[in-house]
Design a protein around this ligand. Structure first.
Ligand code: PLP
Length: 385
């Protein structure tokens, strides 16, 4: 077959490749502790599952509107308005199968060839992939360990040109767990307004935060008309396999993204959306419980990693990842990924899976039990000593 040129520009997520390699070793009888995959190990709360079953029985088995069911658009608008302290109209909400399509649809609807996009590096690899795919120009913005993996606003300011169309931020962040402080958001907002660019604020981990409360750039004056919030149910409600996410965007853009939905998915699964309404409007204690458990695991893993020779681990304020600096071990990120898999039976990701500024780091997801985290730490300490 002769494939379209654009396919050569499409990237991927290496987490799935590492998972496949770990599974091959397991098939040979090896025990592997999985710290590579970014999904909560908790089950979807009972009330959400019950709402899906009820929806199935009540006939939510048909096509729905491309933009999403009115009930969920209203629930999402209400949730964002209350949580971020802003006003949101349900017409600004577009529901998608998982939150990932919001990245794709933002790129498709806003970017022309040659437009410049500034994005976090290390960062979620799909940003880079989508920028390349639509022929825009990627401009990586270095995240700084010394700043708790926030970026330096002066670095950002130097990267902005008249071709800058979009800046992507992610807070709390994958892969570092870093959270952007208010002063950094303020500087970004000022630059966005002065230079007339848009911001894609990936806030998928907004509820998984350990210090303070989540802050959104959307709450800053002048930003709602130039910000797209990416949100969804995958992480906070342990619903990765249900595929449910949404974007909040200016009304005019929402109409265009709804058209992209018509052309691609038609609509998001109807009974999943009704379960999503229950997630947002029902009891929230399971989220609080999950965050409590994640906090205990974070403390365990940070302490354990800092006790290993050559490893230095910043204590992240959100999400469920740590991004330790491994330069003291003398190994590169990729070498460390391979070494830990082969020698320690621990699956982690090289920091370079998240961009060139990830060199010198590895990512561990602590969406695994405390027992497994302890085992992984013991095995890592033993092979690295
Ligand atoms: N954004 C970030 C930063 C993520 O880590 C992920 C999932 O890993 C997503 C978006 C996509 O979420 P979903 O599974 O809902 O598509």
């Amino acid at each position: 077959m002769r494939y379209a040129q654009r396919m050569t520009n499409l990237g991927t997520e290496t987490a799935f490749e590492v998972l496949a390699r770990a599974r091959r070793l397991e098939a040979q009888g090896r025990r592997i502790v999985h710290l590579e995959i970014g999904e909560p190990d908790f089950d979807t709360p009972r009330n959400i599952k019950d709402a899906a079953i009820q929806a199935l029985n009540n006939g939510y088995t048909h096509y729905g509107p491309s933009a999403g069911l009115p009930d969920l658009r209203e629930a999402a608008a209400e949730y964002i308005a209350t949580d971020r302290g802003v006003t949101v109209d349900p017409a600004q909400v577009i529901v998608t199968p998982g939150a990932k399509p919001i990245i794709f649809f933002t790129a498709l609807s806003l970017l022309d060839e040659g437009d410049e996009v500034i994005y976090p590096n290390p960062g979620f690899p799909i940003y880079e992939s989508m920028i390349d795919f639509v022929g825009a120009k990627r401009v990586p913005l270095k995240l700084d360990e010394e700043r708790g993996f926030a970026f330096d606003p002066d670095d950002l300011s130097r990267l902005v040109t008249e071709r800058t169309k979009l800046v992507v931020i992610n807070s709390p962040q994958n892969p570092t767990g870093g959270v952007l402080p208010q002063d950094v958001l303020d500087r970004l907002a000022k630059l966005a307004i002065e230079n007339d660019f848009y911001v894609l604020a990936d806030e998928i981990y907004s509820q998984i935060i350990y210090e303070g409360t989540h802050r959104s750039i959307y709450a800053i004056d002048g930003m709602p008309e130039r910000t797209i919030i990416l949100e969804g149910h995958s992480k906070a409600y342990a619903m990765t396999g249900w595929r449910l996410g949404y974007g909040i965007m200016p009304r005019e853009m929402a109409a265009k993204v709804a058209k992209l939905m018509t052309n691609s998915n038609s609509c998001t699964c109807s009974f999943t959306q009704m379960a999503g309404v229950e997630a947002l409007r029902g009891p929230q204690d399971s989220v609080a419980e999950m965050v409590r458990e994640f906090r205990a695991r974070r403390d365990l893993i940070v302490e354990g990693l800092n006790g290993i020779a050559g490893v230095r681990c910043h204590r992240p304020a959100g999400a469920f990842y740590v991004f330790p600096n491994i330069t003291g071990t003398g190994r590169t990120s990729k070498e460390m990924e391979n070494f830990l898999m082969e020698e320690a039976g621990v699956a982690v990701l090289a920091g370079t899976s998240f961009g060139e500024f990830g060199e010198g780091y590895i990512r561990l997801s602590y969406a695994n039990s405390q027992d497994n985290i302890r085992l992984a730490l013991e095995q890592m300490a033993s092979v690295l000593s």
